[in-house]
Design a binder for this molecule. Sequence first.
Ligand SMILES: Nc1ncnc2c1ncn2[C@@H]1O[C@H](COP(=O)(O)OP(=O)(O)OP(=O)(O)O)[C@@H](O)[C@H]1O
Length: 310
Amino acid sequence: MLETVELRKVFKGKTAVDEVSLYLDQGESVGLLGPNGAGKSTTISMISSLLRPTGGDVRLNGKSVVKHPQDIRRVLGVVPQEIALYEELSAYENLKFFGRIYKLRGSGLELKIQEVLEMVGLRERQKELIRTFSGGMKRRINIAAALLHDPQIVIMDEPTVGIDPQSRNHILDTVRLLNREKGTTVLYTSHYMEEVEQLCSRVYIMDHGRIIASGTQEELRRILSGEDTLLIELNEPSPELARELQALKPVRMAEETEKGLKLIVMKQSGILSEVVKEAERQHVQIVNIHVHTPSLEDVFLHLTGRKLRD
Ligand SMILES: Nc1ncnc2c1ncn2[C@@H]1O[C@H](COP(=O)(O)OP(=O)(O)OP(=O)(O)O)[C@@H](O)[C@H]1O
């Protein structure tokens, strides 16, 4: 339905997006994951024809979006990171304004406004001024505005960054409703792995402007099929222990966590006894050890050597 073909963007000699090829089939919910500065927003701006690519193409049903930008604007709803609302107007008035831009009028527009307000859970608050809303509520109205023209494809750029948990839950519910009940195709960018795990069937992982891995969640996890993740709870933090363990051969990755350490290790490497011995040597007490199969977050750490939220 929608694809990018070797998409590139260079800003003053600096490559922000480098040969990105991705596709969305109709009705899919796809995640685009990457740390800050990975190139997600730049990719989205080119897909939505707000930014001209330096190279490559975006195609909607096989037709170039770069050459025919009006085609994509009709079928696409984009929720950008920045809030773009009139503070001195009410939620309802804002939606009326945006609806008119989409050339909606009269009772059709009224119905649509009430429907999108219901979807984001703010129907009861529609008469209140935007300036009295929390950041999360503003973000939800921004989402509502992007849904007024019944888009076939919705792209959301990190919609849950920095907002309250209640609004976050509403936004996740809205994405589920759109995709699973209305069949809307969704591209969801985030650096919260757990959101993508909940919402998306397929994932692209982006870093330094490039797609470094892609596939279903299961396929991505298989990258680490020969490995286990150990969560080690310690009585006190120990950067020394993390350093020493990182140097051991079966340890792919060691990082400190809130409660102790996380290790990605080769399966059946007998590493546990080494960990216990090393902890004793460092006079650190192990409170608990959990072994589990790697998460998408672990896959990311393995591929980039960095945490998503670095
Ligand atoms: N208009 C611009 N001019 C110059 N450089 C830019 C411009 N827009 C983005 N960049 C650079 O391109 C790179 C990718 O930025 P982009 O905003 O696409 O990343 P991102 O993955 O969306 O991260 P974030 O979550 O921080 O928005 C960054 O190094 C950024 O500084």
